[in-house]
Design a protein around this ligand. Sequence first.
Ligand code: AQP
Length: 339
Amino acid sequence: MSAPSFTPRVFSGIQPSGGLTLGNYLGALKRFVDMQDQGTHETVYCMVDLHAITTWQDPEDLRRNTRELCAGFIASGIDPERSILFNQSQVPEHAQLGWIFNCVARMGWMGRMTQWKDKAGKNAENASLGLFGYPALMAADILIYHATHVPVGEDQKQHLELTRDIAAKFNHDYKTDFFPITEPVIEGAATRVMSLRDGSKKMSKSDPSDASRINMTDDADAIAKKIRKAKTDPEPLPDSVEGLGDRPEARNLVNIYAALTDQTVEQVMTEVAGQQFGQFKPRLAEVAVAKLAPIGSEMARLMNDPAEIDRILARGSERAREITAPILARTYEIVGMVK
Ligand code: AQP
């Protein structure tokens, strides 16, 4: 029997667990747009609201964040005609396949996930069961589309390896080759954008310090101020990538600059070698404002018409279900569920 060939299809998602950050934009969204524009794959993008509630979300905030995230996707360049854009809870096959994968994944696999360890912290007894099972639902998000490629930031690498393990175990246990072994796409200069206050911590929407991140809704003044105040060291910038080795804050700002200007870090080093931060930061702020401020204003404009956003999401979930319903039906058949 020859191995099945899968339609080239990209899936990825972002949690509406707060406002979008520069980390989400450079590590994920900007690359979602690139993959859409390349036109070589079908592209499916999702606001993963079921994932968001693995930690407490105020219902009003969740509603607002979901719509604002949808506005962020569109303002960044996702075209809801060319890509399928929707929120996860409205496509029930995600949760249905998630349950099957809860029964495929092993407790030991989940317990080794660094995101689980970081987020549950010392209080694992009190964390939700959903937070522990998060990676099995993520595997379902991806495999319910038979997605072949998943663009993500570096922090999601381990979860994607687990997705591959779940697909392989399902295929092995049920003697099938129904699920593809998905390829992670972790590329570019900013696959791990760090906090502006601490170069050892990931920039995150849930960081209590607003100064640690650039929000996609920040205005030009706020963006410039946060970059001006970003933690750095007193040395001038080196002339090579190796010179950034033990300087996490400097490396972070250079990576951000490279990603925003679509250059490699090597190219940036030739431009900035020897500059003091007093010279480099205003240039970075200028580039960041030019790129991000128009996205922020477009998000605000789109948010003035929430009914239109809801229509886009509803249409996206209808299109998504055309793919997910037959894949779930076939999965149930393989597993032995009687219809
Ligand atoms: N700092 C980052 N650098 C590069 N990529 C990042 N991503 C997130 N932060 C960075 C990528 O964005 C996508 C969506 O992430 P998510 O919202 O699902 O969850 P997350 O990774 O947990 O993001 P946050 O901002 O840290 O959210 P909270 O604070 O709610 O946990 C993923 O592809 C991720 O890699």
